[in-house]
Ligand binder design. Sequence first.
Ligand code: GLA
Length: 391
Amino acid sequence: MGASAPAYRIMKNEVREKFIARFGREPSCIGCAPGRLEILGNHTDYNQGTVLSVAVDRYILFAAAPTEGTLCTLADADFGEDKQFDIGNFGPHVKGDWSGYVKGMVLALRKRGVDVPAFNAVLRGNVPLSAGMSSSAALEMSVGLALCSLAGKELPWLEMAKAGQECENTYIGANTGLLDQFSSLRGKADCLIYSDFRTLETSTIAMPAGYAFVVINSMVKHFLTNEYNDRRVGCQKALEHIAKRIPGVKALRDVSMAQLEECASGLDAVSYGCAKHVVGEIERVAAGIACLNSGDIVGFGQLMFQSHESSRLNFKNSCDELDEIVALAKANPLCLGARLSGGGFGGISVHLVKAGDANAYAKTIVEQYRRKTGATLQDIICVPSDGAALI
Ligand code: GLA
């Protein structure tokens, strides 16, 4: 992982010490995986679309070692809460139980020929939970790397990403795409990740020099099950409607805005809004890349504002708190662009500013919001960082 990321080194010592204190031995391995910010391309991943994202210097670490018998013990270094389960026999996921992500990964890895032994583990993280920064995917990827290491097997990165998605889809019950796992695995220091969810390939684009992403967390917790799954249904309905009318359309990726308008009649308003957002977002990712290539950072920021507006009006995955934060951002001359990031329905917003302005900007937004509403927001200045690894 990048030399520029000392944050996880301190956490590595903490997780190792906790493991020794709890289990009386050194861990055999430590998986470390970052959270991510979605920069442009909202809800496009499961529509075979494209996304710009970054992995950030916020991590989940999972230290593990094999143990005798079949009972696994998981200790959480942050909450001091132990979880135990039998590796050969665990029931369905219980809502809100974080050990479900570990169990779901055990199942998904087994399906890929990874014979996971019984293990003890300690978990430690500083990715905000249920906030749209992919704490779940960071947990899955850190667990995946550690458990593969215990089993003496390496998985290609794409298989690891798919194992994480399968854990979410089939064990946890969230019908999410591959964006979070891709971002956590494919991050590169000082770079944006461009992911194409049709070809399942990624590449990196240098972060514009002198700029930074500030996260302002609305503190509205989001849970990506019901509403997220509903939006997927909206996208699917729109796709079926359009595919009947335009030959060759296999995914919303294939639909232009003009084609969507051509097919709008007979399409219910909710599904139309979903499709309009997704088609617009895929266009904005292409426009965003052109802006980055030509050094048009102002243009890039405008696309971020447009993306938020489309979330608010078309996809309806924003909330009053996020809208208020983005309104404050728009009114602030230091901000080039801001939008909700990730699933939505709460969680974080991401703001593009000059690196030298980041601290002052974040404090201003938090203070203005406090004065207006009385509520306290969390701000994080994020450094685009390398992807998941054993450390
Ligand atoms: C969540 C999901 C991703 C993606 C985003 C929205 O983070 O896990 O797969 O759909 O929402 O872009």
